[in-house]
Design a binder for this molecule. Structure first.
Ligand code: PGU
Length: 579
């Protein structure tokens, strides 16, 4: 429902009825009115007041705010804002009618998108300009069928809410859409890149935006071991019944073991609360809801830069966050001193979000020694480590090696949050398979934490999907398939390492400026953080049809050996020729 309110002082910005009224009254008080002006006004008013006689001044009721029409939302900031700022659009068929004409000619047609999108709104606005005569015109109108009628054929509602000084304040409520107050959201900085890529017709186009593995032919890849597991599931004729809130038990066991190591004592001691959730994102979101509920005073520290969605996740969960230094543009490496200083300076008991391996977007990970120091300071400050593990196996090709950081913290006896994802390492992107693990200090603590995670999950999404969870459980639970998975993961990680090397070679051979591109080789995982700024990244897309995120990140998983030279040309051009 959309509200419109005007007086006879049209062509000015319409204002809320009560403000309008007071404004008019003050104006009339201040300005002395001479006899000729009075006559002029009388003539003018007589043109409009065709049906509604003007009440005598003494009988005027005191000013009061116009009553909203039924189902009005006058308290909505949107409706207020609109009422205060929309110009009036003239609708020719009605504007020519009788008394509306003179006022209407003084008005500028609105270019307002809302009005142009909704002709019925324009019609209603035209009625509003005709002031008291609007009632007469509207009453006779075939379209409206009369003022004050509840609903017209066009879906407009018209009502006179106030009369004063012979002027009629009309409030017009027009059924356009309940969603008029909903603005268009900007495209997602990562997933939006894929949409733009699809729309590009160029044969040269290359999608290095989203972190999704492609074959050397740049085709999406379904792991053989996944196909095998799915075939087995079909053969067995698995059902689609609901899973429990915490997910598939076999998956939860497998995922905790993959993360922590099957023989990790914390598993046998029942210290790990594991809940299957909606991939990495959903697991992070669930943990964020948990933090918001049980640690309302705590803030989360996130690396600068980080995966773009981290901020959205904590914002939506209403968890305050701040950044710790991570990337040093001067060295194109880790700002370790800055990182430690910022974690140290954070209020005691903060949550420190750490990328378990293959930091996104920089591809720069701390060394094992640096991880030890990070653990020291987190322990000293009684912070809570919160790992995001979205690339286990993808950084080094080894599941165990990539779990080093998490296992180090757990080994120290620290309580730890870990969100896991199977999007990349098993290529289960759209199956939404992942988990939230909370390593606790005692089994009964883990039970309580798990019970509350379940309580949070239930009203959010009730229970997680079964298909991908069964794939993971089957692959990990079968030694042959597990071995095959490790081989395929090494293959994927290896292909990325090859294109990384080839890109470096191409850049070094083609760029005669002497710039050192070796940072590309030092980065690990799916991405390379090129150091290109937004304008340079725009140039990569606009001129070279290379799609990437605006922070200068490229996904090497979307690159083939054959395209490395082309990419190197684009990077060199953007780097040297665009500021
Ligand atoms: N955490 C990090 C660090 C990630 O990079 C991603 C995925 C996730 C969590 C979440 O992955 P799930 O698919 O929810 O398991 N980042 C990719 C994928 C695209 C996206 O932004 O969701 C990326 O390109 O950055």
């Amino acid at each position: 429902m959309y509200y419109w309110s005007v007086g006879t002082h049209l062509g000015q910005n319409p204002v809320a009825p009560h403000q309008k009224h007071q404004g008019l009254k003050q104006k009339e008080k201040k300005l002395p009115v001479c006899a000729s002006q009075k006559r002029k006004r009388k003539r003018k008013n007589s043109q409009f007041v065709t049906e509604t006689p003007r009440p005598a001044p003494s009988t005027r009721s005191p000013p009061r705010p116009a009553a909203p029409l039924p189902s009005a939302r006058p308290s909505s900031p949107h409706s207020r804002k609109r009422r205060a700022s929309y110009p009036i659009l003239i609708s020719p068929p009605f504007f020519s009618a009788a008394a509306g004409q003179r006022h209407a000619t003084r008005l500028t047609p609105a270019s307002d998108p809302l009005l142009t999108r909704h002709p019925e709104m324009a019609t209603a606005a035209a009625f509003s300009v005709s002031s008291p005569a609007a009632s007469a015109v509207a009453a006779r109108s075939k379209v409206f069928g009369g003022v004050n009628q509840a609903r017209t054929r066009t879906g407009c509602r018209v009502g006179i809410t106030r009369k004063n000084f012979g002027r009629v304040m009309m409030a017009l409520a027009v059924d356009v859409s309940r969603f008029e107050g909903v603005p268009m959201a900007p495209p997602d900085p990562i997933l939006g890149v894929s949409e733009a890529f699809k729309a590009d017709k160029s044969e040269l186009k290359l999608n290095l935006g989203v972190g999704a593995y492609r074959t050397e032919e740049l085709q999406p890849y379904v792991l053989n071991v996944v196909k095998k597991a799915e075939n087995l599931m079909l053969e067995k004729g698995e059902n689609k019944e609901y899973l429990p809130i915490e997910g598939l038990a076999a998956f939860n066991k497998a995922t905790a073991e993959l993360l922590l190591g099957a023989d990790n004592p914390v598993i046998n001691q029942g210290l790990v609360a594991t809940l299957q959730s909606l991939s990495g994102t959903g697991s992070l979101r669930l943990a964020a809801a948990f933090i918001q509920r049980y640690f309302p005073e705590a803030k989360v520290l996130i690396s600068s830069p980080t995966w773009g969605n981290h901020k959205n996740i904590f914002n939506d969960a209403r968890v305050p966050w701040s950044e710790y230094r991570y990337y040093d543009p001067k060295t194109v490496g880790l700002d370790f001193e800055g990182m430690i200083a910022d974690i140290e300076a954070a209020p005691e008991g903060s949550f420190v979000l750490l990328h378990g391996c293959a930091h996104n977007p920089t591809g720069i990970d701390p060394t094992p020694e640096q991880w030890e120091k990070i653990a020291d300071v987190i322990q000293e400050k009684k912070h809570m480590p919160f790992f995001d593990v979205a690339y286990q196996g993808f950084a080094s090709g080894s599941l165990d090696e990539d779990a080093f950081s998490v296992r180090l913290f757990v080994k120290r006896g620290m309580e730890v949050f870990v969100a896991q994802s199977y999007s990349k390492n098993l290529g289960l992107y759209s199956e939404r398979v992942g988990a939230i693990n909370v390593v606790c200090s005692a089994p009964e603590v883990a039970d309580r934490v798990k019970s509350q995670l379940k309580r949070l999950a239930r009203p959010m999404y009730s229970n997680p999907p079964i298909h991908g969870a069964k794939i993971v459980a089957n692959v990990v639970g079968d030694p042959t398939m597990f071995g095959e998975w490790k081989q395929e993961m090494e293959l994927m990680a290896g292909r990325i390492k090859n294109v990384r090397q080839k890109l470096y070679d191409s850049l070094s051979a083609k760029d005669k400026s002497g710039k050192d591109w070796s940072f590309i080789l030092r980065q690990i995982g799916m991405f390379s953080y090129t150091g290109l700024n937004k304008a340079q990244s725009d140039n990569m897309t606009d001129k070279w049809h290379i799609y990437m995120t605006k922070d200068g990140r490229i996904s090497l998983a979307g690159l083939s050996l054959a395209k490395c030279d082309y990419l190197a040309d684009a990077i060199i051009d953007s780097f040297h020729n665009v500021n």
